[in-house]
Design a protein around this ligand. Structure first.
Ligand SMILES: [Zn+2]
Length: 511
């Protein structure tokens, strides 16, 4: 039986049975199908929320867990997104961040826990062993599992390499727990087909495996509770988080469709249920450079009641932007971002802004919004200084390239101070080949406003001299009903400029 102190509503100390009773009643009043969040291991450093979502009709119970290993973030993100799906029947019990301290630290194990309890996914009752789980959080998860009696336990993980290329890793596999793996085989085949249809390289496709580790949640739930148990493993190697998260969602969607919990055309990403101040889609896929998304997430910490989900080209083509207030394209390569989006993805971004969505482009993202490239979005009335020139002794060089990352000076205009925060005078900001912009003169797009000027410049080749200093560093304009904010340098990578970027993001979405 569950102890009242281990599991209670966030708002108070209501014990578990009372929670379920009142939650049933509350669900009808608050939001259809949504029960309030509860918490496992309350009052301890392992405290972590879980969610129970009820469909409108009876049906199976699915338990969905993510983040048992803290260095496998995709499962946590996917579970968090799946809990917003409008299921047609049954119920889902979602524990997105099982090892919350590990996820915060990026470590596989439970931080500061010694062997043998350190690996949360070896904490559960072992084959032929006792009935007890190990560690505070392991026991809380096992109690929840026993109480909910799930028909299915789906545990989301990540491997470090593609199993078909490096057989020592379980990356890109579905592991079925025994016993019950015979029962789950047909749907596993369909889950594999669904995800593999999106993966071109056959060696990176998902394959089935049988048997899960002794002490794992899925093995214990299969052996002791008779649940159908699967571990879904994506591969972290060289794949953006948005892609891995999407692969988890694709596989889970197929299962849900198979057992009548979702309809045929159900999208893999849906609008978050909670009322939020700001919903941000952060593009992290093709054409995005190393630290860009991480720095933007630091900026987002400054905006209360905001939510940031990573998106990739497939999410955008699926129409996912409509769930958000603003989309952010960070640094990297504008042309590669455009290529990854494809024609349909670019059309979706333009339509999103045209219909009132916000667009924030930083460096590469500012190139992406420009008007002068065949591949660019043409949502800002500006062109970039990028033509090629003959450089004596060096050959023909593109003028957008000014060398490695450096520091320049930037000064806000009075409009910039109003929108981005009152900062007087020039100050340093990181710069890495962001666009040098000038009006494109498109009649159909309103003129941009300058929010900041470059007050110094970086020059690699002689013809660049004088072309950057006193040109716009940050501009904003409107496109249809939406706002476009184009930032040439990288203020998001400086701790003291992040509040400024946060104000810019809020401006872009009109809030
Ligand atoms: Zn794992």
């Amino acid at each position: 039986m569950l102890k009242g102190r281990n599991i209670r509503r966030r708002s108070g100390g209501v014990p578990a049975p009372a929670l379920l009773m009142s939650a049933w009643l509350l669900a009808a009043v608050l939001a259809p199908g949504l029960l309030p969040a509860a918490e496992l291991a309350s009052g301890t450093k392992w405290a972590t929320p879980y969610f129970i979502v009820e469909g409108p009709a009876p049906g199976p119970t699915i338990m969905l867990t993510g983040g048992l290993h803290g260095d496998e973030p995709a499962g946590a993100h996917a579970a968090e997104q799946i809990r917003h799906w409008p299921i047609l029947r049954g119920r889902i019990v979602v524990l997105p961040r099982a090892n919350r301290p590990g996820l915060a630290a990026g470590t596989r194990h439970l931080p500061q826990v010694a062997a043998p309890g350190q690996d949360l996914n070896r904490n559960f009752p072992r084959s032929g062993g006792g009935a007890e789980a190990q560690t505070v959080i392991g026991q809380a998860i096992w109690e929840l599992t026993r109480r909910e009696k799930p028909d299915w336990v789906i545990d989301l993980h990540e491997g470090y390499h593609f199993h078909q290329i490096q057989s020592k890793s379980v990356g890109s596999t579905i592991l079925a727990s025994r016993p019950g793996d015979q029962r789950t085989r047909p749907v596993v085949t369909r889950m594999l087909a669904a995800v593999n249809a999106t993966i071109e390289d056959p060696r990176k496709q998902f394959v089935p495996l049988r048997g899960t580790a002794n002490g794992s949640l899925t093995r214990a739930a299969a052996e002791r509770l008779g649940a159908n148990c699967l571990i879904l493993e994506t591969t972290t190697r060289e794949q953006p988080l948005s892609l891995r998260t999407r692969q988890h969602r694709l596989m889970v969607r197929t299962l849900f469709q198979d057992i009548g919990m979702l309809g045929e055309g159900a999208p893999t990403m849906t609008r978050p249920r909670e009322e939020l101040g700001l919903r941000v889609a952060l593009y992290d896929a093709g054409g995005v450079g190393g630290s860009g998304p991480r720095n933007v997430l630091e900026v987002m910490k400054k905006i209360p009641r905001s939510l940031t989900w990573r998106v990739g080209p497939s999410d955008i083509r699926e129409g996912a932007l409509t769930h958000f207030d603003v989309v952010i394209f960070p640094g990297g390569s504008g042309s590669k971002q455009a290529a990854a989006l494809g024609v349909e993805g670019r059309r979706q971004v333009r339509t999103f802004v045209e219909q009132g969505g916000g667009f924030v482009g930083i460096c590469a993202g500012a190139y992406l919004a420009a008007a002068n490239y065949k591949w660019s979005l043409k949502i800002g009335d500006y062109k970039t200084f990028c033509e090629a020139r003959d450089i004596p002794g060096a050959g023909r060089k593109s003028m957008w390239y000014r060398g490695p990352s450096s520091t320049v000076r930037m000064e806000l205009t009075s409009e910039g101070r109003r929108i981005l925060g009152d900062r007087v005078g020039a100050f340093p900001v990181r710069y890495h080949n962001g666009p040098i912009v000038s009006p494109a003169g498109f009649d159909e797009i309103p003129d941009y406003q300058v929010l900041a000027w470059f007050r110094s410049e970086v020059v690699r080749y002689e013809p660049q001299t004088g072309t950057m200093v006193n040109t716009p560093a940050i501009i904003t304009g409107s496109f249809g009903q939406g706002r476009v904010l184009s930032i040439s340098p990288h203020p998001e990578s400086s701790r003291d400029l992040r509040a400024m970027v946060a104000r810019g993001i809020q401006w872009a979405c009109g809030k």
